[in-house]
Design a binder for this molecule. Sequence first.
Ligand SMILES: Cc1cc2nc3c(=O)[nH]c(=O)nc-3n(C[C@H](O)[C@H](O)[C@H](O)COP(=O)(O)O)c2cc1C
Length: 156
Amino acid sequence: MNQRKVEDAPVVIVACGDTLGWREDLEEIIRIGREHDIGGDAWADRKRRNVIADLGSHPNISMWVTKQTMIAATTMMWMAEALGYDTGPMEGFDEDKVREALGIPEHVRVLFLLALGRLRGEDGKYPGRLPRSRTLFAERYGDPFPELSQTDFLSS
Ligand SMILES: Cc1cc2nc3c(=O)[nH]c(=O)nc-3n(C[C@H](O)[C@H](O)[C@H](O)COP(=O)(O)O)c2cc1C
């Protein structure tokens, strides 16, 4: 989609979510857990049963892998920024074309591109953000969040 960032950035992370991974890798994950003494046969049976019950008939497995993948992708983004790099998240791409270009199988969702590099020139102008009162609530959706001076519970 003529995304300049993809051409300009020295590195672009392509974050993918494997919609069959939970099934194909289940026994391997169980084996690794057991290797680390997480549990015995009973633990393995329970794990197998729970994963199959939760994901075997999941109504929206793409949504599920998106949640998992975005935790990793966002962590990479923060880490890169913390190390002094600049980042550009992108969702404006043609998933099938990225799949084709990189040989990514059909059952793997391409969810997010993350351009990494160093800022050239000036930083962009502040685009504006909504005030906290519009985005942060306490107890019930829409209820005001207390002022920070009243949030002693956060440290208790
Ligand atoms: C979820 C998400 C998707 C984005 N997708 C694109 C994209 O496809 N192409 C692009 O040039 N910028 C995209 N952006 C914006 C930039 O990567 C970057 O956030 C923006 O240029 C500067 O951030 P700012 O909103 O803090 O100024 C996206 C941002 C977010 C949060």
